[in-house]
Design a protein around this ligand. Structure first.
Ligand code: THU
Length: 157
């Protein structure tokens, strides 16, 4: 038996100002996107912003439904919109912001497992690393590629 360790590198920032220009713009778009959240059940508002290889930003927000599984997370709303509208453009970065009653939470918004799997698929489709930026109030994490938040990605079919 060999015990192995997976190391994950990420960058931590304490304010939006510390981010490089493009990431700051994307982070602000994700925070702005929280306004589109429709969360009458959880009251947890999530905004996401995807940057495409041509520089365009596509936003999304969580959309809830009385039949709970019919709703969708912000990240997938943004990625599916980007994938449907710009099928030939790689998604090079995604930023996520969340909080209760429209106020950005202190802890960075960490995407659910299903959204990570969808990120992995679009990263594969685009053929470029997709960075993931998780935004909190005073704490921001940046991962350079989806593999870093979803080690051992399933892509065997
Ligand atoms: N949510 C997201 O939009 N993204 C995530 O990665 C986790 C959860 C939404 C779904 C639901 O509308 C609310 O947050 C509470 O789970």
């Amino acid at each position: 038996m060999t015990e192995r360790l997976i190391n994950i590198k990420y960058h931590e920032y304490t304010s939006l100002e510390e981010l490089e220009e493009k990431d700051r713009e994307l982070a602000k778009a994700a925070i702005e996107a929280m306004k589109g959240s429709y969360a009458p059940y959880s009251h947890f508002n999530v905004g996401a912003a995807v940057r495409l290889s041509n520089g365009l930003i596509v936003k999304g927000a969580n959309q809830e439904n009385a039949a709970f599984p019919s709703g969708l997370c912000a990240e997938r709303t943004a990625m599916f919109s980007a994938g449907a509208s710009y099928p030939d453009k790689a998604m090079v970065s995604i930023a996520i912001a969340g909080g209760v009653m429209g106020r950005l939470a202190k802890a960075p918004a960490t995407p659910c497992g299903a959204c990570r799997q969808v990120m992995a698929q679009y990263q594969l489709k685009g053929g470029k690393p997709m960075s993931v930026i998780m935004i909190g109030d005073g704490q921001i994490w940046k991962f350079d590629k989806v593999d870093d938040i979803l080690p051992l990605i399933f892509d065997s079919i």
